[in-house]
Design a protein around this ligand. Structure first.
Ligand code: CUA
Length: 343
């Protein structure tokens, strides 16, 4: 119904209906309050207007009335608060098995890289009916990744990751906007979210792969010499990174925290800040040595050797590290939708 209402963006994600329902409720409540206030103003102005010979009667107050006009708004606000919190937590909590897409914002474009290795600029292809989690950072200033049809918007900050997620429900092409003023071309920092049927998406993906992002991460890991300290066979001078991601870790200063994307990122750029217990502060900083894209690849790689199936990660890694060249060539072999392979 709302799709034919021109003031309303399309509802194209699982979150959209929840956000709209709350929004409509707020509109109705505030509309009714405004109507009530204006009606009373007009009624009182007429009813108690100045008339010759009639003296105003003074009223000293009424506890019953004051309690009523405090309690009713309080209850209405509590409904809004609890409802809003529910929608907020739904929107802020990505499902654990969501497909992951890395987004790097810069003045003035969106660079997107899928975990499977596809890269896009100002476009994001996703399949319909799948949870997608965006892991986002900025190369320069604050931007904001906004998809009105999905009812999601999240600031994208330099120096750390922020996350948002969605589950697209309808194939189509939807607007992507930057929703944070970021310089002269801010209004041109737009793009498209292309939601496809799974089969179409599969075909698109096969035609665009450069090999998985974790594979590029493995190569960078090798090129930067990370593996000399972070060994996977024995405990080296740095922590063994297999199985680290998503686990609680103990820091030298006694704190416990979970090794998430932001922790990995910070440990690469500023290794001293949250050093693991039992390790010397010998790791150099990689600030300025790795680009945002390379950082994303490194994070994806460390995740890949940690998640459910460590052998899967190790396999990708072996092909990437041992013969970087041949895996490059593999990356250039595309399978067309009709099944033919092209180099
Ligand atoms: Cu980027 Cu506004």
């Amino acid at each position: 119904m709302l799709n034919n209402f021109p003031l309303w963006p399309q509802q194209a994600s699982t979150l959209a209906a929840h956000v709209d329902a709350l929004y409509i409720f707020l509109l109705i409540v505030t509309g009714m309050m405004a109507l009530l206030v204006f009606t009373l103003i007009i009624y009182f102005a007429a009813r108690y207007r100045h008339r010759p010979g009639v003296r105003a009667e003074q009223i000293e107050g009424s506890n019953a009335l004051e309690i009523t006009w405090s309690a009713i708004p309080f209850l209405i606000f509590m409904v809004i608060f609890i409802w809003g919190a529910q929608v907020y937590f739904k929107e802020r909590t990505p499902p654990t098995d969501a497909a992951e897409v890395y987004v790097v914002a810069k003045q003035w474009m969106w660079k997107v890289e899928h975990a499977e290795g596809q890269r896009e600029i100002n476009e994001l292809h996703v399949p319909v009916g799948r949870d997608v989690k965006l892991i986002m950072t900025s190369q320069d200033v604050i931007h904001s990744f906004y998809i009105p049809a999905f009812r999601i918007k999240q600031d994208v900050l330099p120096g750390r990751y922020t996350v948002e997620w969605f589950h697209a429900t309808k194939p189509g092409v939807y607007h992507l906007f930057c929703a944070e003023y970021c310089g002269t071309q801010h209004s041109g920092m737009v793009g498209s979210i292309i939601v496809q049927e799974p089969a179409q998406y599969e075909a698109w993906m096969n035609g665009n792969s450069n090999g998985p992002l974790s594979g590029s991460g493995e190569k960078i890991f090798a090129e930067l010499g990370c593996a000399t300290c972070h060994r996977s066979d024995i405990q080296g001078r740095g922590p063994n990174l297999q199985g680290v991601f998503g686990k609680p870790v103990q820091l030298e200063d006694g704190r416990m925290l979970t090794a998430d994307e932001n922790y990995l990122r910070e440990s690469i750029l500023d290794p001293g800040s949250k050093r693991l217990k039992g390790f010397q502060p010998i790791m150099p900083t990689f600030q300025g040595l790795v680009s945002e894209e390379q950082l994303n690849a490194l994070v994806a790689y460390i995740k890949s050797i940690s998640l459910s199936n460590p052998m899967g990660g190790a396999k990708t890694s072996a092909s990437g590290a041992v013969s970087g060249e041949s895996s490059d060539n593999e990356g250039k072999t595309h399978t067309l939708p009709n099944g033919t392979k092209v180099q």
